[in-house]
Design a protein. Structure first.
Length: 350
């Protein structure tokens, strides 16, 4: 109830404050729906069906050259659960956007992230259910690539609550022709102590890669081959003195024709997430399949993307997981709608 009241107070102050000024009124509404049926034949993750929708309205004031303050909320419903089983999450942030630089600070929607992060860093569930970045997001976009840095403060220390935050970053640079590219993904998760319990755990992943972009060749709409190294850094400072540094090679293939595509990721190496049994999702934000006991994990996604526009997207996927011992199957349907004030202005100018 406190969260709802705070959201209404801040929303009203933005609305009525902006109407009395000459500043630009900004707004947008995002709708996301996701059906995710997981038929897992493994001990790494449990079978379940996740089916729900999220509505994310925002309104704000823009001024100067790219400055804005925006407020809104994320209203998420799991179908089959009680109507108000989940409290809405407040969105409240300052933004600066220019041709090359973006800065966002506050409770920032996760959709503002531009980096292409591995599922070892952000799982399907985190991408949908963890709706905000609580902290800072910095971005640079140039003619030959981009660079992104973010800090997400997940939990403040109090009582039994641990202090937790995640630093993440991604970057990519490509040649003038666009044929070759290289980049990286990075995540550092700091899982600290609470007032009632000591202990600090570190969870780091670094994924440098190089690739070849052959899109629009060989009669294909998209063809990308990428290879890199996944290096882990894991340390439980209280219960284990040594540092664990599992690593492995990761090879990715993406191809598409007529809106039908294949996205395959092969990881060969040591299993990540060595402290998952003790800390679970409280420490690890990546897919639990990466903690496999064997030396191999393969994720194959076969999809159809019949609707792909700026304002709407529909994707139907069949995802297959193999972790060295057994196959698991996942069926997903995602649908999203994006509208904002600029959309209607662009239509009027045509």
């Amino acid at each position: 109830m406190k969260t709802r009241n705070l959201f209404l107070i801040v929303l009203c102050s933005i609305l009525f404050g902006s109407s009395a000024s000459a500043q630009k009124l900004l707004w947008d509404i995002d709708f996301d729906s996701r059906f995710d049926n997981r038929e897992y034949n493994t001990t790494l993750a449990g079978s379940q069906t996740l089916f729900g929708a999220r509505l994310s309205p925002q309104i704000g004031v823009g001024w100067g050259h790219g400055n804005s303050i925006q407020v809104g909320g994320n209203f998420l419903v799991d179908f089959g659960a009680r109507a108000f089983d989940r409290n809405p999450e407040l969105v409240l942030y300052y933004g600066y956007e220019s041709r090359k630089f973006n800065v966002f600070a506050g409770l920032v929607p996760r959709g503002r992230i531009m980096g292409d992060y591995s599922y070892a860093i952000f799982s399907d569930s985190v991408r949908f259910y963890d709706t905000n970045i609580d902290g800072l997001l910095l971005q640079y976009t140039g003619q030959k690539g981009y660079l992104e840095f973010g800090c997400d403060w997940n939990s403040m220390m109090s009582g039994d609550r641990r202090e937790k935050f995640q630093i993440f970053s991604a970057g990519e640079v490509h040649t003038t022709s666009g044929l070759f590219f290289g980049g990286y993904n990075l995540s550092i998760y700091h899982h600290s102590h609470s007032e009632n319990e000591t202990g600090v755990v570190d969870n780091g992943l670094f994924n440098p890669f190089v690739g070849l972009n052959l899109s629009k060749r060989f009669l294909l709409d998209s063809l990308v081959i990428q290879a890199g190294w996944m290096q882990g850094y894991h340390r439980d400072r209280r219960f284990e003195g040594k540092t664990r540094m599992p690593g492995g090679a990761q090879i990715e293939l993406r191809l598409e024709k007529w809106k039908v595509g294949i996205d395959n990721t092969l990881y060969i190496g040591e299993g990540q997430m060595p402290f998952y049994a003790q800390y679970g999702n409280g420490l690890y934000t990546g897919s639990p399949f990466y903690r496999m006991a064997s030396d191999l994990y393969n994720r194959l996604e076969i999809y159809w993307n019949p609707l792909r526009r700026r304002d709407m997207n529909l994707k139907i996927s069949s995802v297959h997981h193999y972790e060295g011992k057994s196959w698991s199957w996942q069926q997903m349907v995602t649908f999203s709608v994006r509208i904002d004030e600029g959309m209607f202005k662009r239509k009027a100018q045509r």
